[in-house]
Design a binder for this molecule. Structure first.
Ligand SMILES: NC(=O)c1ccc[n+]([C@@H]2O[C@H](COP(=O)([O-])OP(=O)(O)OC[C@H]3O[C@@H](n4cnc5c(N)ncnc54)[C@H](O)[C@@H]3O)[C@@H](O)[C@H]2O)c1
Length: 322
């Protein structure tokens, strides 16, 4: 089967492309490489067609969609810094990209359309671990941070009630904090790793103080990227049309504990100092993944193992960059 992955040279997209190729599919990728890069798709040339294009441009999307049976729509502007600095681009790529991919899918006779949404659509969930039935929220439209989560809420509505209503089989998956080597730099794990490397003078000082955002009591659950893409694949392949599935792990831990674990990988003793928390943050986040588990999913990579691989990758990068 021929399938399209938008955002396929991105962090999650590239892992999904590997999984899809592993299933024997022919894969088309469309990406403008604004955050993606071809290095992530190295060695996969055989059954892969790369279209360098913009999901905001209908012709680019149409060209990539021809002949595909399934569309996996992942292209989006990710990275917390960009939600504040470029909310206009976040919304433009989110809304136009989703509309264009749905319209191309309908025009090209695509059977199934799978959307990557996000846990950010919950803002502050009332229930943790959070089920998919939790209400989605934009608590303050004047805060540019919600360009990301708000944009995804609109994408979910378009997927279900535009694409789905007009005949596409639609499935939505909501990733919860995927991480891994080469995940980009605007995320908590690369950021904490960078600061420990820098503030320990390139890992030469054995102990340091580290100021973090908030008290560190805020919680998250982290999912290694290969588990994440496999979960997305299970949701997209086996999920019931019109349904939404969490992808993540149920191991909830305070950011303070995450910092300690990163410091352990780097063999640096860190004393954590509480700092300011940016407005719009979420105190607790952890998914209930029972719905995906019922489709046969189980995370395989422990946080210890995943952090070892990720933190060492970033530490080497920062040390080499000086
Ligand atoms: N990584 C996570 O933990 C996480 C969590 C929640 C949701 N998601 C969602 O999963 C998807 C993939 O996330 P990711 O972490 O791989 O991010 P990423 O930034 O690595 O990947 C997104 C890709 O989209 C591409 N892109 C951006 N604008 C484009 C445009 N106009 N045209 C074509 N391509 C464009 C980028 O170049 C990039 O390769 C996104 O939709 C994201 O919102 C990811």
């Amino acid at each position: 089967m021929k399938v399209l992955v938008t955002g396929g040279s991105g962090f999650v997209g590239a892992s999904l492309v590997r999984d899809l190729l592993g299933q024997g599919h022919e894969v088309v990728v469309i990406d403008d490489n604004s955050r993606g890069h071809l290095g992530r798709l190295e060695g996969l040339a055989d059954r892969l067609t790369f279209v360098e294009g913009n999901v905001c441009v209908p012709d680019d999307v149409r060209r990539a969609t021809e002949g595909c049976e399934v569309v996996w729509h992942l292209a989006y502007i990710n990275g917390t810094r960009f939600f504040y600095e470029r909310p206009d681009d976040v919304l433009e790529v989110g809304i136009k990209g989703t509309l264009n991919t749905i319209e191309a899918a309908l025009a090209c006779g695509v059977r199934r359309y799978v959307l990557a949404s996000t846990s950010e659509t919950y803002n502050v969930p009332a229930t943790v671990p959070t089920p998919e039935s939790e209400w989605l929220k934009i608590p303050d439209v004047t805060n540019p941070r919600f360009s990301y989560g708000g944009g995804k809420i609109a994408c979910e509505l378009m997927t279900l009630h535009l694409g789905g209503h007009r005949g596409l089989e639609t499935v939505i998956f909501r990733p919860h904090n995927f991480y891994g080597p080469d995940m980009g730099f605007e995320h908590v794990i690369p950021e904490i790793t960078r600061r420990i490397v820098e503030e320990s003078a390139g890992l030469t000082r054995p102990s340091i103080d580290l100021v973090i955002q908030g008290s560190g009591e805020e919680t998250r659950s982290f999912c290694f990227v290969t588990d994440g893409s496999r979960g997305a694949l299970i949701a997209g392949d086996r999920g019931t049309p019109g349904e939404i599935y969490h992808v993540g792990t149920e191991r909830e831990l305070p950011i303070r504990r995450l910092v300690e674990m990163i410091a352990d990988v780097l063999s640096i003793k860190v004393t954590i100092v509480s700092g300011e928390l940016r407005e719009g943050g979420t105190p607790r986040r952890c998914p209930d993944i029972g719905k995906l588990r019922a489709l046969g999913y189980e995370p395989e990579v422990s946080l210890e193992e995943g952090l070892e691989r990720t933190v060492n990758w970033y530490a080497q990068h920062y040390l080499a960059a000086g």
